[in-house]
Ligand binder design. Structure first.
Ligand SMILES: [Zn+2]
Length: 237
């Protein structure tokens, strides 16, 4: 499906549309490979390290494989009405990223899609892992520290009192420019790579943390719900 506007858009999108019968239609929107302009190509080329430049369509096709499970997790958030009031939606992005490639691997293991020919997912993961490693080496200490804080706090930010950070922006500054959006995309993909687990049981733990335990299954504002890891620790101890 062509994304259309804005002209520079190369993002995927999870769209939830309420239907007349009360149901919700979930639509995953892909940027259209056939309508990529020179500007899109330049943006895609900017995402890869030097040795991978010159193959923007390959990069786009890998994204078509690896992004789907991330968007599906956004559908889950919508279905259980889990909200993140932060205008930057960093918690929602954290939660849709961390287990996303584990979910893709689980789909691959179940082999229920004719799109996932044997070895395709592994090849995409190796490709993405190399890109993430290259990007991380380029990060400034401020960007690295902010990313670690974002992971540690699962994207949650303080709403008034509390020991959560007010922002995960590098140097304490909220990101508003396009350059940081590119960095943030890199954070999400790195987290998804780091979050890969190899069994359905481990994936279940990840999904329970993010979408079930601590009142999350009933939905609500995530920053007002217990921190998932603290909840799990207290439930165990
Ligand atoms: Zn997302």
């Amino acid at each position: 499906m062509p994304f259309g506007i804005p002209e520079y858009e190369i993002s995927f999108a999870a769209q939830n549309s309420d239907q007349k019968d009360g149901s919700t239609e979930h639509v995953l929107i892909y940027p259209d490979l056939n309508t990529l302009s020179e500007e899109h190509i330049t943006l895609l080329e900017g995402e890869v390290p030097e040795h991978l430049k010159g193959r923007p369509y390959l990069h786009h096709l890998v994204r078509c494989i690896i992004v789907v499970s991330h968007e599906v997790l956004h559908f889950v958030q919508h279905c259980i009405a889990l909200r993140d009031a932060s205008p930057l939606s960093w918690s929602a992005e954290h939660d849709a990223s961390w287990p996303s490639l584990s979910l893709l691997c689980a789909a691959d293991r179940a082999c229920q899609s004719s799109c996932l020919t044997p070895g395709l997912v592994e090849a995409c993961l190796v490709y993405l892992s190399g890109i993430c490693r290259s990007r991380i080496q380029e990060w400034t200490p401020e960007v690295t520290a902010a990313c670690e804080s974002w992971q540690l706090h699962m994207g949650l930010t303080a709403q008034g009192d509390g020991d959560l950070p007010a922002t995960h922006g590098p140097g304490g500054i909220d990101p508003e420019d396009a350059a940081f959006n590119e960095t943030f995309r890199a954070w999400k993909e790195s987290l998804a790579i780091e979050g890969i687990v190899e069994s359905d049981a481990e994936l279940e733990v990840q999904l329970n943390l993010l979408f079930n335990w601590g009142g999350r299954r009933e939905g609500g504002e995530v920053n007002a719900l217990p921190h998932p890891l603290r909840f799990a620790d207290e439930a165990e101890g």
